[in-house]
Design a protein around this ligand. Sequence first.
Ligand code: NAP
Ligand code: ZN
Ligand code: ZN
Length: 349
Amino acid sequence: MQPVKAFAASSSQSPLGPLTINRRDLGPHDVQVEILYCGVCHSDIHTARNEWGGSTIYPVVPGHEIVGRVKAVGASVTQFKVGQNVGVGVMVDSCRHCKNCQSNQEQYCEEGMTGTYNAKERDGSGNITYGGYSAAIVTDEKYVLNVKETDNLAGVAPLLCAGITTWSPLKFANVKKGTKVAVVGLGGLGHMAVKFAVAFGAEVTVISTSASKVAEAGKLGAHHFVHAKDAEALQPYDSKFDVVLDAISADHDYTPYLNLLGLEGKLLVVGLPEHQPKVLPFALIKNRRSIVGSMIGGIKETQEMLDFCHEHKIYAEIETIDISYINEAYERMIKGDIKYRFVIDMSTL
Ligand code: NAP
Ligand code: ZN
Ligand code: ZN
């Protein structure tokens, strides 16, 4: 075991603070990564504050948008070399043999994927995984991503969750040239959804509760902006979209967004608020609409997304922070006061 500096929440009420954690010794298939940057996802907040049905195990070290540099590799590692830039996302293990793991969709492992934090290691030790708000992580090479980027590493970090979580459903929904896409909730996930949908050639509309995001939405490439505080503001857009991607972090109903879908339109749900939403079946049957949930993406797809971003120079829009700012960052995220992702410079730990 190797002691590593980290930042953790010790209860749902307490602010995050310093904690020393133990990382496992390097196994033959493991890669030891010095963490350079870690993005701050709203799931970190949901977990730290135990907003998902009491599932948090304390102390919890959040962080699953990790970019770092390989410090050491186990004897059997073939894909990574010391000094290489790499990423670790939301998942660090899965069963590897079920149908879904075998078809590169490890995030839907039949036994349940192992999350980068707040999950039980699969080695039977009962140890809990700790995330990227830490100086280093040890991860099996199968769940480590290759980062070709060398300059804007901080801007790459959010791709490991916000990026793949929006890329995967947009691809699943076959978003392409001319598809009419609305993105609801212009946060960390939402702004990546806009960038990807634009890159795929779609006509993109941002639906946001924040009037202050109008100009920036245009800079992200969005073609239209709707300032929507309530369902009435959405009325003129009834049945206008092929795809609506819902990346809202707070409690809300699906019906107003379903109503925006035209024939066989899809509501792609990635936002994970605390409470159950309301859905009116009449809004669902009209136009044969569907609601499609999506959880991050598999390792292969994540690598494809990273390579596409490298080729097209797509990065997250970020505000880099010191680790000591993390509790303020959480408060600002809850208020929607960030354009669009906080990324922690881990050298400040
Ligand atoms: P974020 O950066 O905080 O953005 C959330 C956005 O939701 C805000 O920017 C805001 O957009 C909108 N919003 C917030 N409160 C609202 C309210 N009361 N009513 C309407 N809109 C509101 O969060 P994020 O990191 O992008 O994460 C978004 C959600 O996705 C979270 O629930 C997170 O846990 C979840 N998530 C899911 C997966 C997955 O695999 N499915 C992966 C990662 C994260 P506007 O200002 O534009 O209104
Ligand atoms: Zn996340
Ligand atoms: Zn599996």
